[in-house]
Design a protein around this ligand. Structure first.
Ligand code: NAP
Ligand code: HSE
Length: 432
């Protein structure tokens, strides 16, 4: 038993993650920092509704609905923010920092949108703002990027960092089910939230890749500079056709040095079925990092859930208890180089197109003409399902590496051809 003076913890939020952190503190995980470290003790927990039934039983007078009872308590040393959302979380974090409290947060939205002001604020006040749980749930990724890998020049991060969409895409691929049906099932099982828009429209992954880009590249990435496409418009056919061609579909989040800029993007991508990323299924997450000294690294694990996320929160809490020197934004401070962001228009990769076309002679020639004029080279064309009644067929075209800007221009022109009923899908193929 440690004789060191305890560090008092104030929790902001006692939901999925907060309850697991509280339970961990009550069962003594706050004593695990080792000899000489200060033990962690739960002092207060802020909630909206004090009458709600919780999975954890707190000692009397721990629960409060008054933010000041936590934020203004001079005996509280560390705030754990697990409320979520930009506000009031951001204001509460800033208030805690200004009053000299360390902060541990799982909140990727605040880190993405307000990290550029909060992280330097913590430096100025001599406290820590740690956020291992903000990306990849239980996967240790912020810590390795900001300490063990500090000597590396990181060239690329590619990740699956949204469990909800990975669960949906895995089910669509395995069962040939529609997006709406799988989403409904995911909501029933508690994987997807009642309002799933942040996940399925790619916002959650965009917050997380922006947070990773700050840590790995020292880049300040405003949310509107993350190219973002969600998974809502993916159709069951794409999974079947992609499988026939040797691919699987994942919501990819990537940040990669391209020329003299950094391109940060989130979109569904065709991944070759024989590479490890194609096999990261269900709610699992993965982050693939490429450093100049270390080479490729692979971090895989549970990207969400109470226990896994609490593991990451405890990692940060115990670092503070040990007095460990760690800054999750060290690259920005150390190198001071401003990273230029590259536009998506410059992205180059192979593409998959599905065009619903009139099933008659001469159609392919018209489409090939537009692609040729746009300098897009065709690698293969396959006619898939046909609808004899409508006289239409699915034409699936795979290209050689092409520029995004040319593809967008060509697709507009192709969608206006009288022989094309619609451009049903334009998907990027990730290169390995
Ligand atoms: P949650 O279950 O919805 O819990 C949120 C908690 O915050 C609730 O206890 C709620 O109080 C409290 N709260 C919210 N707004 C408040 C306000 N204005 N004043 C006082 N209390 C307030 O959320 P969660 O799933 O635990 O997620 C928490 C954070 O962790 C989010 O930033 C999330 O993105 C992140 N995260 C979650 C996971 C995961 O697996 N769930 C994984 C990684 C990161 P009531 O209970 O009274 O409503
Ligand atoms: N909604 C997130 C996901 C939770 O599905 O991955 C973890 O941040």
């Amino acid at each position: 038993m440690s004789t060191a003076q305890p560090l008092n913890v104030g929790l902001l939020g006692l939901g999925v993650v907060g309850s697991a952190v509280a339970a961990g503190l009550l069962e003594g995980r706050g004593n695990l920092a080792g000899d000489g470290a200060r033990p962690l003790v739960l002092k207060r927990a802020l909630v909206r509704d004090a009458k709600k039934k919780r999975p954890v039983r707190l000692p009397a007078r721990t629960l409060t609905t008054d933010p000041s009872a936590v934020l203004d308590d001079p005996d509280i040393d560390i705030i754990v923010e697990v409320m979520g959302g930009e506000q009031p979380a951001c204001d509460y974090i800033a208030r805690a920092i200004r009053s000299g409290k360390h902060v541990v947060t799982a909140n990727k939205e605040v880190l993405c949108k307000r990290g550029d002001e909060l992280l330097p604020m913590a430096e100025r006040h001599g406290v820590r703002l740690l956020h291992e749980a903000s990306v990849g749930g239980g996967i240790p990724i912020i810590g390795p990027l900001s300490s063990d890998l500090l000597a590396n020049r990181i060239s690329s991060i590619r990740a699956i960092i949204n469990g909800t969409t990975n669960y949906i895409l895995t089910k669509m691929a395995r069962e040939g089910a529609s997006f709406d049906d799988v989403l409904r099932e995911a909501q029933k099982l508690g994987y997807a939230e009642a309002d799933p828009s942040a996940d399925v429209e790619g916002w959650d992954a965009a917050y997380k890749i922006a947070v990773l880009a700050r840590v790995a590249f020292g880049a300040s990435v405003p949310l509107d500079r993350v190219y973002r496409e969600g998974i809502v418009s993916l159709q069951a056919q794409e999974f079947r056709y992609a499988a026939t061609l040797g691919y699987t579909i994942k919501l990819l989040a990537a940040a990669r040095r391209a020329g003299d800029g950094l391109l940060v993007r989130v979109h569904p991508a065709l991944i070759p079925s024989d590479v490890p990323m194609a096999k990261v299924d269900g709610v699992l997450n993965v982050v693939e990092v490429e450093g100049d000294l270390v080479g490729p690294l692979w971090f895989q694990g549970r990207g969400a859930g109470p226990q896994a996320t609490a593991s990451a929160v405890f990692g940060d809490l115990l670092r503070i208890a040990r007095g460990a020197e760690i800054r999750p934004h060290a690259r920005t401070g150390r190198r001071g180089d401003k990273v230029k962001l590259a536009p998506m228009a410059n992205h180059e990769c192979k593409y998959y197109f599905r065009l619903v076309c009139k099933d008659r002679p001469g159609v392919l020639a018209r489409i090939a003409g537009v692609l040729g004029r746009s300098k897009i080279s065709i690698a293969s064309v396959i006619q898939m399902d046909a609808d004899a009644e409508k006289g239409e067929a699915d034409l699936v075209i795979m290209t050689h590496p092409s520029l995004e800007r040319s593809v967008q221009r060509a697709m507009k022109e192709i969608s206006e051809l009288p022989v094309v009923a619609r451009v049903a899908a334009v998907l990027r193929v990730e290169g390995y």
